[in-house]
Write a protein that binds this ligand. Structure first.
Ligand code: PLP
Length: 384
C-alpha cells in the first residue's frame, strides 16, 4: 500500500463525522451561541460585494451603533477575534512615541501594554491588584503625571471579574486632551455601556461573549475625536490587514475590496445583534444582573466567597475563591468530564485561587445557574 492510500483508509476509519459533546460553556468565553445565530451561519453565501451583502453590512453597522449606544460613523465589524479589534484600535490610533497610559488590573491590561509597545508607543502603566479598579482620583493624577495621548482601560476584566467604571474617565480624558480607549469584550450586550454618553473615543469587543455568537468576528467603534487623530497620522498604519484607511472604504460608501469579509460570520453577527435589539438593552442588562445575583446568593449558600467587591462585580463574569484544601483544577475537570459544564481556572495573580464563571448572553439564564450550583455542591462534597 502506498502512503497516500494508507492515509485515505485511516481517514475513512479513524476520522469520523464530527461529533461534539454537548458542553454548557459557563467559563470566560466562548459562551454557547444562540441557536438562531448558529442557524444564520449556515445560510447560503452571497459574494462579499453582492448588493444584498452590502445591505447587510449597513444593517450590522446600525445594530452595532444601537448595541454600543453610539452615533459613531466608524462602527464596524473586524475580521478576527477580539484581539484583532484590540489590535485594530491600537494600530490605527497609536503613532510611534505616543504616550499610551494603560490601567493594568488584570491579564487584558497586560495584553494592551504588550500590543501598544509593539506599535511603538511610549507605554506607561498604572497598576492595581487583580480584582480592584481605578477610581477617578487615581486616573486624574495619572493623566496629570503622564500626559498621554491615549488612556486605555478594560471595562470588563475577564481575568478578574471586575467592572472598571468609565463614566468619569471620558470626562477626565477630555480635560487632559487625551483619547479614552475601552476594552468592552466582556461587557458589550451584557453590562450597561454608553459609548457616547461616557465619552469613550475608541472601543472594541468580541462576538463570543455576551453577544452569543461564535468566535471569529469582532467589532470596533471610533469617535470623531479618534478619527481626527487618525486623520492626522504622519506615519502609515503599520498593520496592512487592519488599516482603517483601507478597511473603512469597504465598510463606508466606496465599498472597495480590501480583504474578503467572513461572510457567514457577518450573518451570525447580524442575528446576534438582532437578538440584542429584540430583547432591548435595558432588559438584557437587567437579565444579566438578576441571574448574576442568583449565582452570587447561591455561591454564598455553598459557603463560597466572591473575589470582587459587590459594587464592581461584573454580572457577566464571576470570580469565586477556591476554598482551602480544594484542588481547583480537579473540580473543573470533573465538571467538564462528568457533567459537560465548562468553568475556568484563574489566570496570572489569581491562578489556583479562583474559578471563573461566565453568565453571558444566551447562557445567562436561571436554569443554568441552578444547574451549576447543584453540580458544584455535589462535586465539592466529593472533593473535600
Ligand atoms: N479582552 C478581553 C477583556 C477578553 O476577555 C478577551 C478574550 O477573552 C480579549 C480581549 C481577546 O479576545 P479574543 O480571545 O477573542 O481574541
Amino acid at each position: 500500500m502506498n502512503r497516500q492510500s494508507a492515509d485515505i483508509s485511516r481517514f475513512q476509519t479513524e476520522i469520523g463525522q464530527l461529533d461534539l459533546p454537548p458542553r454548557l460553556l459557563l467559563g470566560p468565553g466562548p459562551s454557547n451561541a444562540h441557536p438562531r445565530v448558529l442557524q444564520a451561519i449556515g445560510m447560503r453565501q452571497v459574494g462579499h460585494l453582492d448588493p444584498r451583502f452590502i445591505e447587510l453590512m449597513n444593517e450590522i453597522q446600525e445594530l452595532l451603533r444601537y448595541t454600543w449606544q453610539t452615533e459613531n460613523r466608524v462602527t464596524i465589524p473586524v475580521s478576527g477575534t477580539g484581539s484583532a479589534a484590540m489590535e485594530a484600535s491600537l494600530a490605527n490610533l497609536v503613532e510611534p512615541d505616543d504616550v499610551v497610559l494603560v490601567g493594568v488590573n488584570g491579564y487584558f491590561g497586560e495584553r494592551l501594554v504588550d500590543m501598544a509597545g509593539r506599535y511603538g508607543a511610549d507605554v506607561r502603566r498604572i497598576d492595581k491588584p487583580w480584582g480592584e479598579v481605578f477610581d477617578a482620583d487615581e486616573l486624574r493624577s495619572a493623566l496629570e503625571e503622564h500626559r498621554p495621548a491615549i488612556l486605555a482601560l478594560v471595562h470588563a476584566e475577564t481575568s478578574t471579574g471586575a467592572r472598571q467604571p468609565l463614566e468619569e474617565a471620558g470626562k477626565l480624558c477630555r480635560e487632559h486632551d487625551c483619547l479614552l480607549l475601552a476594552d468592552t469584550v466582556t461587557s458589550l450586550g451584557g453590562v450597561p455601556l454608553l459609548i457616547d454618553e461616557w465619552g469613550v473615543d475608541a472601543a472594541y469587543s468580541g462576538s463570543q461573549k455576551c453577544l452569543s455568537c461564535p468566535p471569529g468576528i469582532s467589532m470596533l467603534t471610533l469617535s470623531k475625536r479618534a478619527m481626527e487623530k487618525f486623520d492626522q497620522r504622519k506615519t502609515k498604519v503599520p498593520n496592512w490587514y487592519l488599516d482603517m484607511s483601507m478597511v473603512g472604504k469597504y465598510w463606508g460608501s466606496e465599498r472597495t475590496y480590501h480583504h474578503t469579509a467572513p461572510i457567514n460570520m457577518n450573518y451570525a453577527l447580524r442575528e446576534a445583534l438582532r437578538l440584542v435589539a429584540e430583547e432591548g438593552l435595558d432588559a438584557r442588562w437587567e437579565r444579566h444582573k438578576k441571574n448574576a445575583a442568583l449565582l452570587w446568593d447561591g455561591l454564598k449558600d455553598l459557603g463560597l466567597e466572591c473575589h470582587v467587591a459587590p459594587e464592581y462585580r461584573l454580572p457577566t463574569l464571576t470570580t469565586v475563591k477556591v476554598p482551602d484544601g480544594v484542588d481547583s483544577k480537579e473540580v473543573s475537570q470533573i465538571l467538564l468530564s462528568e457533567y459537560n459544564i465548562e468553568i475556568a481556572a484563574g489566570l496570572g495573580e489569581l491562578a489556583g485561587k479562583v474559578w471563573r464563571i461566565g453568565l453571558m448572553g444566551f447562557n445567562s439564564r436561571p436554569e443554568n445557574v441552578e444547574l451549576l450550583l447543584a453540580t458544584l455542591e455535589n462535586v465539592l462534597e466529593r472533593n473535600q
